[in-house]
Ligand binder design. Structure first.
Ligand code: SF4
Length: 281
């Protein structure tokens, strides 16, 4: 789809992913949305941000996609659940935006991370953008919950240097209570990445009273260690920075009274991963 057909009310770059962005593709005909998803010529993005240091190695440019099929109780970007909240961006424009940073990223040993939302809701766009980044010799990382990992072919996986895999919980019941979805396909994707020798950084969000059970974390750690391709585990402390989005969107938020984890709990959790021989921080 040519750029001229795309409404463009906001700059692509945001100060942070915590900016609330709504209804940016409202009015785009459903047939155009479906065609875009099929071809990957057009994506739906919350924004680009620069300077991230926690979404892969070095300093990163991050593209935040719109659309997610999960409903994590601690999600800090519920405005990215709905694809119609995303800004329609042609693959040409997204590639051009990324190209602006290619030299700086090379100097800083950084790269490009595609996050969300869930980027594989727009798997064709994701693949095209990853290929474009690799063509510019930019390191690529995909931040995903893994549910749609099977949408990527083995050849397409080669264009992703690193998968930031979000594993929310081990226990199936807990996982469903937490996200609304099963974790079976996430685990399958992790195993496939291991078979294909594609590196993983595992991400685990630590929420007091919800995902802090030592036994459940132990299962996650044991699974990750057995894969053999998990290079690092990031224990991400729960925070309340997205709370205002839930309130603005009128979505019932169940963690309003939950405090971020204390240092002792964070260190205890990190030690569970380290006890399995994993590099955790
Ligand atoms: S998978 Fe990520 S974007 Fe989707 S609901 Fe969970 S935290 Fe939010």
């Amino acid at each position: 789809m040519p750029d001229t057909q795309v409404s463009d009310p906001l700059p692509l770059e945001a100060g942070s992913p915590f900016e609330l962005r709504l209804r940016l593709s409202q009015g785009l005909p459903e047939t155009d949305v479906r065609a875009a998803l099929k071809s990957g010529d057009l994506g739906f993005l919350h924004s680009f941000t620069t300077g991230a240091t926690v979404d892969g190695p070095g300093v990163r440019v991050v593209a935040w996609t719109a659309g997610c099929m999960w409903r994590c109780r601690y999600c800090h970007n519920p405005d990215t659940w709905t694809m119609s909240n995303g800004l329609p961006v042609s693959i040409a424009r997204a590639t051009e935006e990324l190209g602006k940073y290619r030299h700086g990223l090379a100097v800083m040993a950084g790269g490009f991370t595609l996050s969300g939302g869930e980027p594989l809701m727009q798997d064709r766009f994701a693949v095209k953008l990853m290929k474009a980044a690799k063509a510019m010799r930019i390191h690529t990382a995909l931040d995903t919950n893994g549910l749609y990992g099977q949408r990527l072919s083995d050849e397409e996986l080669q264009h992703i240097d690193l998968v930031l895999l979000d594993l929310k919980a081990w226990n199936a019941t807990l996982h469903k209570q937490l996200t609304g979805m099963d974790n079976g396909l996430t685990l399958d994707f992790a195993r496939r990445l291991a078979q294909r020798r594609r590196p993983i950084w595992l991400r685990y969000v630590l929420v007091p009273g919800l995902t802090d059970d030592a036994e459940d974390i132990g299962h996650v750690a044991s699974f990750a260690a057995q894969l053999g391709n998990v290079e690092r585990v990031d224990v991400l402390p729960f925070h309340q920075m997205g709370k205002y989005k839930w309130e603005k969107l009128g979505i019932p938020y169940t963690l309003g009274d939950t405090s971020p984890p204390g240092e002792e709990l964070i260190q205890r959790t990190i030690q569970i991963f380290r006890a399995e021989g994993l590099a955790a921080c």
